[in-house]
Design a protein around this ligand. Structure first.
Ligand code: SAH
Ligand code: SF4
Ligand code: F3S
Length: 473
C-alpha cells in the first residue's frame, strides 16, 4: 500500500537538494508526496539553524501537530537537517511527540529509521559528532555526504539540478552555526561529480548548479594531482546537453584568477557570482573573523569587473552584528553603492549559541536598530536593482524557461497559454507570456519593462541564431 509523505523545507540550496534526495529514497519504499499534512502518514521538516527565527518557526509548526499526533499516534513526525544536528535531544524535550531526529550527515538512514519507528522501535535519533568530539577523520566520517543516484521526477524541473561538490565548512566565521551543523569541509571526488552530471545530462538536465558553503574553495587532492574549482568547470563544460553551469556560494578570498578566467572563457559558465561581503567595515570583518579586509574585498570585486565586465555580482550582508555602530553600518551602505551588486540578501544578526560570536561578543545592537538598518540597506539595494534592470529595456536576452510564473500559479491560469518565468545567463528573472510547451527551452526574449527584481519581455518570434543576440547575459 502506498504511504503518504509531507515534507517542508527551509534553509539554503543544500537543504533543497537534501529534501529531493530524501524524497527519492522514500519513493523507492512506496511513499507518495502529498501537499496536505493532515493526509500524511509521515511528516518531515528539513530544517535550518542559521538564524533563531528559522528554528522557532519549526517549533511552532511542530506545536500545531500535537493534536493530530494525539488523534493518530501512527503518524510519524520527523525533524531532519541542520536543526536536528544543532538541537539533537532538545527537539524531543520541546516536542515529545516527535519520532525522528536526523542530522544532515545521516540522511541516508531516514527510510530505515522510519521503518524502525513503524515497527514499534520508538523515538530515533541519528546525528554526527560535534566539532570537538573526536579526531578530524572521525568527525569527517560521521558527516556522510548523501548523494545517491538521482531521480529526475523528484526535482522541481527535470532540466535543472543541484549537484553537491563540497560538504561542510572550515571557515568558522564567528556568527555562523554552519561549521558545527554541517561538519568539516570535504570536497567530493571529481569523478563522482562528473558521473552525476553526466547522468543528469542523459536524463535531459540542461542547467547544473554546483553547491558548497564556500564552493570556490573546492580542492580535491589525489596523490600529487589537485583538482580546483576551475578544473571542474572545464571538465563539466565538456558534457553534451549541459547548457549552463552555476556555482554558489563563493568565499571572497578564494576568488582566484584561474576561476575568473574559466568563467570568462567557458560559454556555458553563467556570468553570475554570489560573493557575500557581510559588512563594509574592517572592524566588523575582524570581529566576524571573515579572513579578509574590505580593501581585499574591493580588490577582488575590481578583478571580477576587469575579467567579467558584464557579470552579475551578488552579496549577503549582516546588519546589527555585535558592536556595529552607525559608522560601521554606513560603510556597508558605501560598499553597496560602490559595488552596485545585482542583489544583496540582508539579514539581521541573530546570535547563535555554540558559536564563537555568542561566547565572545554581546548581542548589543537593539532589535529596532537592526530593523531600521535592515530596511535602509534593503531600500538602497532595491534602488540599485531597479536602475540596473532599466539598462535591459529594449535589449534581447537568452532565457532558460523554468515554468509558470508566480502570478500564473496564484491565478491558477489554465490551458497552455500562460505567463512563464525563466532566467538569463546572469540570473535575472524574466517574466513573459508563452506556452507551457516552451518550458525547458532557451529562447530569446525582448525586454520591454523592468522593476527591481523582474524583467518583463516577449518571446522574439523570428528565427535568430545565437550569434545575433545583442546581449547574451
Ligand atoms: N556559506 C555561505 C553562507 C551560509 S549562510 C557564505 O559563507 O557566504 C547564508 C547567509 O546567512 C550568510 O552569508 C550570512 O549573511 C547569513 N548568516 C549566517 N549566520 C547568521 C547569523 N547568525 N545571523 C544572521 N545572518 C547570518
Ligand atoms: Fe558560515 Fe562563514 Fe562558513 Fe559561510 S564561510 S558557512 S558564513 S562559517
Ligand atoms: Fe541553514 Fe543548514 Fe543551509 S543551517 S543555511 S540549511 S547549511
Amino acid at each position: 500500500m502506498t504511504k503518504k509523505l509531507y515534507i517542508e523545507t527551509v534553509g539554503c540550496q543544500m537543504n533543497v537538494l537534501d529534501s529531493e534526495l530524501v524524497v527519492a529514497s522514500l519513493r523507492k519504499r512506496g511513499y507518495e508526496l502529498t501537499r496536505d499534512s493532515g493526509d500524511a502518514d509521515t511528516i518531515l521538516f528539513n530544517t535550518c539553524s542559521v538564524r533563531e527565527h528559522a528554528e522557532e518557526k519549526i517549533y511552532s509548526a511542530l506545536g500545531r501537530l500535537k493534536n493530530a499526533k494525539q488523534k493518530n499516534p501512527n503518524k510519524i513526525i520527523g525533524v531532519i537537517g541542520c536543526m536536528a544536528q544543532n538541537h539533537q535531544r532538545t527537539v524531543f524535550e520541546r516536542a515529545p511527540y516527535v519520532d525522528l531526529v536526523v542530522g544532515p550527515g545521516q540522511l541516508h538512514q531516514v527510510p530505515d529509521l522510519i521503518d524502525k519507528i513503524a515497527a514499534g522501535g520508538g523515538q530515533q535519533l541519528e546525528v554526527s559528532l560535534g566539532r570537538k568530539d573526536g579526531t578530524r577523520t572521525e568527525i569527517e566520517r560521521s558527516h556522510e555526504s548523501f548523494d545517491p543516484l538521482r531521480d529526475p521526477s523528484m526535482r522541481p524541473t527535470p532540466f535543472q539540478a543541484y549537484v553537491r561538490i563540497q560538504i561542510g565548512c572550515d571557515k568558522f566565521c564567528t556568527y555562523c552555526i554552519v561549521p558545527s551543523v554541517r561538519g568539516p569541509e570535504q570536497s567530493r571526488h571529481p569523478e563522482d561529480i562528473l558521473a552525476e552530471a553526466r547522468q543528469l545530462a542523459s536524463e535531459g538536465c540542461k542547467e547544473i548548479t554546483l553547491l558548497g558553503q564556500t564552493v570556490n574553495s573546492y580542492r580535491y587532492r589525489d596523490g600529487d594531482r589537485t583538482t580546483r574549482m576551475s578544473d571542474l568547470l572545464y571538465a563539466l563544460h565538456e558534457i553534451e546537453g549541459i547548457e549552463r553551469l552555476k556555482f554558489v556560494t563563493n568565499y571572497p578570498k578564494d576568488m582566484t584568477d584561474d576561476l575568473l578566467a574559466a568563467v570568462r572563457d567557458l560559454p556555458k559558465a553563467c556570468k553570475y557570482l554570489h560573493v557575500p561581503a557581510q559588512t563594509g567595515s574592517n572592524r566588523m570583518l575582524q570581529r566576524m573573523k571573515r579572513g579578509y579586509t574590505i580593501e581585499e574585498y574591493r580588490e577582488m570585486h575590481q578583478r571580477i569587473r576587469e575579467w567579467l565586465p558584464e557579470a552579475a555580482v551578488t552579496s549577503d550582508f549582516i546588519v546589527g552584528f555585535s558592536g556595529e555602530t552607525d559608522e560601521d553600518f554606513e560603510l556597508s551602505c558605501d560598499l553597496v553603492r560602490e559595488c552596485r551588486f545585482k542583489n544583496s540578501f540582508i539579514f539581521k544578526y541573530s546570535v547563535r549559541p555554540g558559536t564563537k560570536g555568542a561566547d565572545l561578543y554581546a548581542d548589543d545592537v537593539p532589535e529596532e536598530t537592526k530593523r531600521v538598518r535592515n530596511n535602509e540597506l534593503l531600500a538602497l539595494q532595491n534602488e540599485i536593482c531597479e536602475a540596473d534592470n532599466q539598462r535591459f529595456l529594449g535589449r534581447q536576452v537568452e532565457v532558460l524557461i523554468e515554468g509558470r510564473s508566480k502570478a500564473a500559479e496564484r491565478r491558477d491560469e489554465q490551458g497552455d497559454a500562460v505567463q512563464l518565468v525563466g532566467r538569463t545567463m546572469c540570473d535575472r528573472i524574466v517574466v513573459f507570456d508563452g506556452n507551457l510547451r516552451q518550458v525547458g527551452q532557451t529562447l530569446p526574449i525582448s525586454i520591454y519593462d523592468a522593476n527591481a527584481h523582474t524583467l518583463f519581455g516577449a518571446v522574439v518570434t523570428q528565427h535568430v541564431g545565437p550569434e545575433l543576440f545583442s546581449l547574451t547575459t
